[in-house]
Design a protein around this ligand. Structure first.
Ligand SMILES: [Zn+2]
Length: 254
């Protein structure tokens, strides 16, 4: 098993398993216990579980996994998430034996209590940042989501971005519509097509890649978002207005 492994679940979810130097793994957002129990049968040992937000495809396996390990389930304060042992908040630092310290980041937008976890080399960001995209705004405002994404974009550039869905190629179509001229992104998409073609996940991504290719992290380059300007008939003045327009366009993009 590699240090960082994405267990496929449902249609297009990944349950990330991150193994520390004592052999135990942090399991992130086990929406389905099945793939995790299969990994346990293959030698996975759970050191802890991280939950990013309350959606069922991220927490549905918690009950069935409770008997499979003795560590803690970490998650945000939200009554919709049963089974959290340790409620964590923005800037909390988690010391888990065998791992570097993890920092908790509040990243509201997709949901109001959404959090992310980073040890500065990996980022578990749930449904906030996707490769070439970002989460839908179910409970938060564009302003909240933009602030959350800005916070993630400040992480070290080499941070591995472990998103929870395999949306990259479908996001790529929208990215190309919003910012038609981006050769680095085109190159990335070729790479990802090759990886997906051989059955590999497109993930993890890296912060540096997302800053160069993800239109939702590029709202400070209005001159590059020529597709957005064409779609709207004008270029919104502020970053926030550009972000909100991109997100609204993506919601109905086919
Ligand atoms: Zn979600």
């Amino acid at each position: 098993m590699t240090v960082l492994q994405a267990l496929p679940a449902f249609e297009d979810n990944y349950i990330w398993c991150y193994r520390g130097n004592e052999g135990g793994s942090i399991v992130v957002d086990p929406g389905d216990a099945g793939p995790v129990l299969a990994a346990i049968a293959d030698g996975l040992r759970i050191a802890a579980i991280f939950i990013t937000h309350h959606h069922n495809d991220h927490i549905g396996g918690l009950g069935a996994l409770r008997a499979a390990f003795t560590g803690s389930v970490y998650g945000p304060e939200d009554a919709r998430i049963p089974g959290i042992d340790r409620i964590v908040r923005h800037d909390d630092v988690l010391q888990i034996s065998g791992f570097r310290p993890f920092r908790v980041m509040a990243v509201p937008g997709h949901t109001r209590s959404h959090i992310a976890y980073t040890d500065s080399s990996v980022l578990f960001c749930g449904d906030t940042l996707f490769s070439l995209g970002c989460g839908r705004l179910f409970e938060g405002s564009p302003e909240q989501m933009l602030a959350s994404l800005d916070r993630l974009a400040e992480l070290p550039e080499d941070t591995l971005v472990c998103c929870t869905h395999e949306y990259t190629l479908s996001n790529a179509r929208f990215a190309a519509a919003a910012e038609p001229d981006n050769p680095e992104r085109d190159h990335l998409i070729d790479d990802i097509k090759a990886r997906r073609g051989s059955g590999q996940p497109s993930l993890p991504s890296r912060i540096v890649i997302e800053k160069a290719c993800n239109p939702f992290l590029r709202t400070h380059f209005p001159e590059r978002l020529t597709g957005l300007k064409e779609h709207l008939g004008f270029m919104p003045e502020s970053r926030l207005a550009r972000f909100a327009a991109l997100r609204a366009w993506k919601d109905q993009f086919r």
